[in-house]
Design a protein around this ligand. Structure first.
Ligand SMILES: [Zn+2]
Length: 185
């Protein structure tokens, strides 16, 4: 079970990293990141990362035997650990994409609540004025990234007009994400 959990983690983080690289849509030099998330022994040989035509994450390297290496292989060669992978994801979220596209970041908001029409608790009125029958609200996760609707635990929704992320349980705005990743897309 533990092994399955670790493999799930690797798949999930690779998926999230792929989403960020798709958003950035260009090669990212490791030097652009605030620090190097790979292990000290190999970090000087790992220069950049990008997606190949199959949306696999490729590292451009200056190892003596190879100029590119799949991130998956680096993980199994223990050249980056799980904390390094989480760091890498956070670092990529801070990288501006081609054409200045913003990263998917939730800016926390406190003390803000949306309202609803008097007679119907489902008829939300966002702080920006958006309602279900205008631009609507879509199921999202704690980062404001859109998720497949209809999950049991789902309770967060993102206003499709202003990006506010709303807690369905108390109508509190937890933050704003102007550029969410879309798990459906
Ligand atoms: Zn709104």
């Amino acid at each position: 079970m533990l092994k399955a959990g670790l493999l799930d983690f690797v798949e999930e983080i690779i998926y999230s990293l792929t989403c960020e690289l798709q958003r950035i849509s260009r090669r990212v030099e490791i030097a652009e990141l605030k620090f190097h998330p790979f292990n000290d022994q190999v970090s000087i040989y790992i220069d950049a990362m990008r997606l190949d035509e199959n949306a696999e994450i490729i590292l451009d390297t200056s190892f003596t035997d190879t100029t590119e290496k799949l991130l998956r292989i680096c993980i199994s060669d223990l050249e980056i650990d799980f904390f390094g992978l989480l760091d890498l994801l956070e670092l990529l979220k801070g990288v501006e994409g081609k054409n200045g596209v913003l990263p998917s970041i939730l800016q926390p908001v406190t003390g803000e609540y949306i309202t609803h029409e008097q007679q119907d608790r489902e008829l939300w009125v966002c702080v920006c004025g958006n309602m279900p029958n205008y631009n609507g609200f879509y199921a999202c996760d704690e980062d404001g990234d859109l998720i497949e609707p209809g999950n049991d635990g789902e309770y967060l929704y993102r206003c499709n007009y202003c990006g506010r992320v709303i807690n369905d349980r108390n109508l509190q705005v937890i933050g704003i994400n102007l550029n969410p990743n879309n798990e459906e897309g």
